[in-house]
Structures are given as structure tokens and as C-alpha cells.
Design a protein around this ligand. Structure first.
Ligand code: HEM
Length: 184
């Protein structure tokens, strides 16, 4: 897992709780890396799991909720760090439809060893997008937070509804639907 996922996670912890709390968290968890993350480094995915387990135990916030909150925070960071990725796209449906073939393709150019999920478009109409998320890392909650923030980013919270279903297949894929509504 790329270091940026860890550095931004710890930034969220610092901003939500405090720097001291983030330091305590790192010290409480037995991290092979020692917790000294750099954005371009690559670290075991299990370190993120350990940090989430500890954060959840200390705050009482369930892990899925922490991951969704983090997804929303991370999307905002992507907007600031990579404005070029957002140029030329004016809707959350168009943006989300391009994750697999455009966005994460560019991400792979920046970070050749990135472990990226699969985001297949399974249905696309002008008002509806269905995506099938699959990853060995099972970060459907993170994906949900990223999608929610994507809808907010494009100013569509009042007219695009996100729903999620867990699909009854091997490997626990998740299906996300972005449905445009008629509300103004
Ligand atoms: C709605 C938009 C997006 C969604 C839903 C999404 C989803 C995800 C998810 C769920 C992961 C975790 C890895 C996994 O599940 O296996 C991931 C990884 C990642 N994504 Fe995206 N992503 C989005 C947009 C972006 C954008 C705009 C960028 C950067 C400009 C980006 C960069 C990355 C990076 C760097 C990783 C880490 C890869 C690694 O740990 O090796 N993503 N993405």
C-alpha cells in the first residue's frame, strides 16, 4: 500500500484528534515500518489494518465508519494534490466511470507499484452508473467514502444518490450505483 495512504490517514487523525494522539497511536501499534511513512514508499497493507483496529479501539468509532470518513478526507486531498485529474470532468458519474481506465491508469504512472482495485462499469446510462468494485484488500468502505466525496465535489449531493450492495459472489465484490434524481 502506498505511503500516501498512510501519511494522509495520519494527517486526518492529527486534524480530527491531535498530533499527540496520532503519535500515541503509532507507538501503541507494533508497526514493522516504525510508522515513519513517506508518500512514495510502499508499506504492508496489514499496517493500515493495525492502525485502524487501534484507532477504533481508542475512539469507539467502528472501523467501517473510520474508513468511510477517511475516504471522504482522502478525496479532498486528491483534489488539492492532483488538480489535473479533475479537469475536463463535470459530473460525479463521468468521474467515477473513469476511475479504472483513466484515473488509476494515471496513478499507476506516478506510482508503478500501486496496488489498485478493479472498478468495472457494469451499467451506464445518462442518469445511472453501476460500478463493480473488487480488491484483495476489501476496502469497500474506503471506496464508499471516496465516492461520497466525489458527488459532493461536483456539487451534486442534492441530485445524485449513491447506493451500495454487496454482491453474492466469490471475493466479496461490492456494487455501487450512482443514480441521478430529478430533484433540483
Ligand atoms: C471516486 C474516485 C476514487 C475511488 C472510488 C478510488 C478508490 C480507491 C480504493 C478503494 C483504493 C484502495 C485500494 C484497494 O481498494 O485495493 C484506491 C487506491 C488508491 N487510489 Fe484511488 N480512487 C479514486 C480516485 C483516486 C484519485 C483521484 C487518485 C489520485 C489522484 C487515486 C489514487 C489512489 C492511490 C495512490 C491509491 C493507493 C494505491 C496503493 O496503496 O498502492 N484514486 N483507490
Amino acid at each position: 500500500m502506498k505511503g500516501i495512504v498512510f501519511t494522509k490517514f495520519l494527517e486526518m487523525v492529527e486534524q480530527t484528534w491531535s498530533e499527540d494522539f496520532a503519535d500515541e497511536l503509532i507507538e501503541a501499534v507494533d508497526l514493522p515500518s516504525g510508522g515513519a511513512y513517506t508518500a512514495v514508499g510502499t508499506y504492508p497493507h496489514t499496517e493500515m489494518v493495525s492502525l485502524l483496529v487501534e484507532l477504533s479501539a481508542r475512539t469507539g468509532v467502528p472501523i467501517p465508519e473510520l474508513l468511510r470518513t477517511y475516504g471522504r478526507f482522502l478525496f479532498g486531498q486528491f483534489v488539492t494534490l492532483y488538480p489535473g485529474f479533475f479537469k475536463g470532468t463535470s459530473s460525479s458519474l463521468d468521474f467515477a466511470a473513469s476511475i479504472e481506465d483513466v484515473i488509476h491508469v494515471e496513478v499507476r504512472k506516478l506510482y508503478p507499484d500501486a496496488e489498485l482495485p478493479s472498478f468495472k462499469v457494469i451499467e451506464r446510462t445518462p442518469d445511472r452508473l453501476r460500478l463493480r468494485y473488487q480488491s484483495d484488500r476489501h476496502l469497500g468502505d474506503l471506496a464508499q467514502g471516496l465516492m461520497e466525496a466525489c458527488i459532493t465535489h461536483f456539487g451534486e449531493s442534492d441530485r445524485v444518490v449513491l447506493t451500495r450492495e454487496n454482491m453474492d459472489e466469490e471475493g466479496a465484490p461490492v456494487c455501487f450505483t450512482l443514480q441521478r434524481t430529478t430533484a433540483a
